[in-house]
Ligand binder design. Structure first.
Ligand SMILES: Cc1cc2nc3c(=O)[nH]c(=O)nc-3n(C[C@H](O)[C@H](O)[C@H](O)COP(=O)(O)OP(=O)(O)OC[C@H]3O[C@@H](n4cnc5c(N)ncnc54)[C@H](O)[C@@H]3O)c2cc1C
Length: 411
């Protein structure tokens, strides 16, 4: 495998042309954070870490180079008293990688990062730089690196805002209710298998300055530790004494509901940040909102029935219907359900169970996470797949951007 790191768009064009002429395949690569082999290649990896920074910003839109990380983007926006309307829990991915995979947070009324895309520039399979017109954006905004190497992305932005985040324990039924899930600017919950109880977290927009940084640090640390405490316990004790997992999970949810850390106010992108302190494997499914409650209950029941020692909470999030043809939330309001397995443990049993149960509820997998789908399932679940194939053939007639993973899911 070769890694090419162009210094500018001309370098991207040259690298793609060279590959096309020699019959080699090219994979655009971001920060490599996907759990699925989306960014994997044994041919040429085209890494855009030198293409960073702001190209233009007019207060309503910002255009950045594709290798800019989300952390850099947030900092550039904050310096202009601006913000993205959506934010996720990590900021290390690149803008192009996060857009290509449809990276989402949990805003019931605000779409993913790829939904914020208003313009895009890419180098196609012939090595030509093209601006994607408005009519082409829904094919291109969640394209998995299949139609070209994106060099610039333009995103809608809004004035900066603070979120007051609150957390509280709640019965699972309450957490699954529309009153909770749709009642805030941002809402999510975690439910530990074997407890029947959820840890809800919700954010409301407030006209307030951020809290002092010590409070933010405590909140973020605690948020990260909830999962880690359970993981640590699950790993240390669960492996040797799996019967203890329910007890560990109940202790974890009591610990995480501690009143002292129940509220924090901060700039939205900082408040929502929760980078992991341990490594895990993840699968995530996008369910039609109407199927979310049954999907979560069925998965918890299946975990119990199979006696799986799952020490991580299920993570439940929401988002509106997306217009990106290959976005997992395409065409329908969505509830996201994620399952995690600590690195080093076998993720397959839980991942397979989640695929079976959540797939049966109409779930589509998050492209960036572990899933067993091949082309047959993708074709049945994505009504615009054939249109995407036509667009793809136009941008990349010789399949310079194909990969084993894309061959399996898109053909
Ligand atoms: C701890 C953790 C937390 C996460 N949390 C979330 C979450 O909250 N929500 C969520 O949706 N996902 C989440 N993810 C998944 C992750 O955010 C996505 O995989 C990520 O956005 C990919 O960005 P990347 O820069 O790492 O891209 P990579 O993984 O390197 O690549 C992903 C895809 O983007 C394509 N790509 C990259 N750059 C370009 C380019 N210049 N042009 C064209 N295509 C390109 C690649 O070809 C590939 O198909 C999480 C992952 C981790 C590890």
């Amino acid at each position: 495998m070769a890694t090419v790191r162009p210094l500018d768009e001309a370098g991207v064009r040259a690298a793609v042309r060279r590959a096309a002429e020699s019959g080699t395949r090219v994979r655009p690569v971001g920060a490599g954070h996907s759990y699925s082999p989306l960014a994997v290649t044994d041919e040429v990896a085209l890494e855009l870490s030198a293409l960073t920074g702001v190209v233009a910003c007019d207060g309503e839109r910002i255009r950045v180079r594709a290798g800019t990380t989300l952390a850099q983007l947030h900092a550039e926006l904050a310096g202009r008293d601006l913000s993205l309307a959506c934010a996720a829990d990590i900021d290390t991915p690149t803008v192009a990688g996060a857009v290509a995979t449809g990276m989402h947070g949990s805003h019931p009324a605000v779409g993913s990062l790829s939904a914020q895309v208003t313009g895009m520039r890419l180098v196609d399979g012939t090595g030509t730089a093209v601006e994607v017109g408005a009519a082409g954006l829904d094919a291109a905004r969640t394209a998995l690196g299949a139609i070209g190497v994106v060099t610039e992305v333009e995103l809608a932005v809004r004035p900066w805002y603070s979120l007051r985040l609150t957390q509280a324990r709640a019965p699972l039924d309450e957490a699954l209710s529309p009153e909770f899930l749709d009642g805030h600017a941002w809402s999510e919950f975690w439910v530990f298998p074997y407890t029947g109880e959820a840890l809800t977290r919700f954010g409301d927009e407030v006209d307030e300055q951020p809290m002092p940084s010590r409070a933010q640090t405590a909140w973020s640390l605690e948020r990260r530790l909830v999962r880690s405490a359970a993981v640590g316990g699950g790993l240390a004790l669960g492996r040797t004494m799996p019967r203890l997992v329910p007890t560990i999970n109940r202790a974890a949810i009591r610990f995480s509901g501690s009143a002292a850390l129940a509220e924090v106010t901060d700039l939205a992108h900082r408040a929502l940040l929760a980078p992991p302190v341990v490594r895990w494997e993840e699968s995530e499914w996008a369910l039609p909102r109407a199927a979310l409650a049954d999907g979560v209950r069925d998965l918890l029941a299946a975990i119990t029935a199979d006696g799986l020692d799952v020490g991580f909470p299920l993570e439940v999030r929401v988002g509106p219907a997306e217009t990106g043809w290959l976005h997992p939330a395409y065409g329908r309001d969505t509830g996201w359900v994620a399952v995690h397995t600590a690195a080093g443990a076998d993720p397959e049993p839980l991942s397979r169970l989640a695929a079976a149960v959540l797939g049966a509820h109409g779930g589509r997998p998050n492209w960036a996470k572990r899933h067993p789908w091949t082309h047959a399932e993708v074709a049945a679940a994505y009504p615009r797949l054939a249109d995407f194939a036509t667009v793809r053939a136009g941008y990349d007639p010789n399949r310079v951007f194909a990969s084993p993973y894309l061959d399996a899911v898109l053909r």
